[in-house]
Design a protein around this ligand. Sequence first.
Ligand code: HEM
Length: 220
Amino acid sequence: MSEDILGEWGTFVFLSEYPNMAPVSQDASTAVYQVEGFIERCGEPIVLAPPARWILRMESPNRAALEEATQTLVSQCGRPLIGVTQHLHYTTADQQAELLRVSAQPVDASGTGVAVLIPIAKSDAWWQLPHDERQRHFLQTERTEGHTAIGLRYADRIYRKLYHSRYIHPPQGFDFLTYFEFPEDLAEDFRALLSNLRDPELNPEWAFVKREIEIWLRKR
Ligand code: HEM
């Protein structure tokens, strides 16, 4: 694999206390097992120092290059999860301006950072809603804060990146790959963000999430 086909590389090690989400704990352990298997089968390219477990993040604006890299990975290591960044769907101009102004950058390579990957699938009921109803779930109302306003409270210290997987072929089993980075001492903040987002009283959108897997990693 030549280096110039990759937009970005990161190496991560699993945190020992990954995830503590009872409803999906079986899913989570399966996912971690799969990632471990995936990495172990890579053999040569990645040096494993047990008990460390590594995960790679690859990005490229060049689809052909990324597909070539993916083919190499698939042949050597098995199928990785794939997502693609997209235009915004539900963000208003004011929200976009505010998010651009405050949003955190990725954790500096010199610092100790935590990275969390959360693949998410939404229910058929969500995908059957018309666009205006889906968008309403991201907005603040008299009774609910909504996804974007909740997220805005954390955007200055939690780096985030959203990849869409719904229309990737072959099917990924997830609609989104959500990715976050933050300094280690903000882990409790991140957990509070998750708990707010998952509270349907605050954020009714989450009632449509049918599957999510939390994978906590340490960025090296
Ligand atoms: C760090 C603070 C966060 C902010 C500021 C934020 C903000 C946003 C915004 C503005 C959108 C709409 C994007 C669009 O217009 O298409 C969005 C989408 C999304 N966010 Fe967040 N978010 C945050 C945290 C999270 C977390 C922690 C998760 C997962 C646990 C998450 C999962 C998602 C997903 C899955 C979508 C796509 C939903 C869909 O298109 O149906 N977000 N987020």
